[in-house]
Design a protein around this ligand. Structure first.
Ligand SMILES: Cc1ncc(CN)c(N)n1
Length: 222
C-alpha cells in the first residue's frame, strides 16, 4: 500500500510526518516515563482541541453538497459530541481533572494555532481541503497507536498511559481511521498536480501543528 494517493501525500512531508508520529512525547508515553504533568497539560488542551474538532465536523456538514455526504459528516460529528468528548471528560477525571476544571481552561497558543488553522482551511476551501487538514489528526493517531505497540521499548504493563495507547491502537479507532484513508484515496486520486500540491501544503502545515501540540505537552507551554 505504498503507492496510494494518501501515501503519496504523506511522502510529500515525510520528515514532518515522522517527527509527529515518533515524537519524544510519544516515545516517553510508550515507555511510561512521560511526566504526569506533561500528560495532564496535554489532556486539558486536548479537551479544547476536541471542542474545535467538533466544530470542524460541523463545518464539514455545512460544506457537504449532498444528503449522503451530510449524513456521513453528521454521523462523525455525533460520535465526537456524544461519545468521544464524554469519554475524554471521564478519562480526564481519572487524571484528577474535573469537568469544572475543563469548563474553565485557558487555551494555549499551540491549541489556538492548530484548531483555527484547520477551521480556516475548511472555510477557505471545500470538503476535501477540510478533510486533508483533519487527516493528521484522524489518521495520525491511528498510526501512532500502531507504532507504539510495535516498538520494542514500549511497556504496557504498569504503564499509566496504557489505556490511552489501547484506545488509539484499538479496533474502533483503527477502523475509523481506515475509513478516512479510503475516503481520501477516493478523492485525492482525481486531484490535478496543482491541486495535489496545494493539498500537500495543507497536510504538511497541519502535521507540523500536531508536532507543536506534542511539544506543548512536554514544555507545559501556554
Ligand atoms: C491534537 C489531537 N490530534 C488528534 C487527536 C485524535 N482525534 C486528538 N485527540 N488530539
Amino acid at each position: 500500500m505504498t503507492d496510494t494517493p494518501f501515501e503519496r501525500l504523506k511522502q510529500t512531508c515525510r520528515s514532518d510526518w515522522q517527527a509527529y508520529c515518533e515524537h519524544d512525547f510519544i516515545r516517553r508515553l510508550a515507555r511510561g516515563t512521560l511526566p504526569a504533568e506533561a500528560f495532564r497539560h496535554y489532556l486539558k488542551q486536548d479537551y479544547l482541541f476536541l471542542v474545535h474538532f467538533a466544530r470542524a465536523w460541523g463545518l464539514a456538514v455545512y460544506k457537504s453538497g449532498d444528503l449522503g455526504k451530510i449524513r456521513s459528516a453528521l454521523a462523525t460529528l455525533k460520535t465526537i459530541v456524544d461519545i468521544e468528548i464524554d469519554l475524554h471528560v471521564s478519562y480526564c477525571r481519572e487524571w484528577g481533572i474535573s469537568p469544572a476544571d475543563l469548563a474553565d481552561l485557558p487555551e494555549a497558543r499551540p491549541t489556538m494555532a492548530y484548531t483555527r488553522y484547520v477551521l480556516d482551511a475548511g472555510h477557505r476551501g471545500d470538503l476535501l481541503d477540510l478533510h486533508v487538514a483533519l487527516a493528521p489528526c484522524v489518521v495520525g493517531y491511528a498510526e501512532i497507536g500502531r507504532w507504539i505497540v510495535a516498538q520494542p521499548f514500549t511497556v504496557l504493563d504498569a504503564n499509566p498511559y496504557a489505556e490511552w495507547v489501547r484506545m488509539y491502537a484499538g479496533d474502533e479507532f483503527q477502523e475509523a481511521a481506515a475509513a478516512e484513508v479510503d475516503w481520501l484515496n477516493a478523492r485525492l486520486g482525481a486531484a490535478s498536480p496543482e491541486r495535489f500540491a496545494a493539498l500537500s501544503r495543507t497536510f504538511r502545515d497541519a502535521t507540523r501543528l500536531e508536532i507543536d501540540f506534542w511539544q506543548m505537552g512536554l514544555d507545559l507551554r501556554m
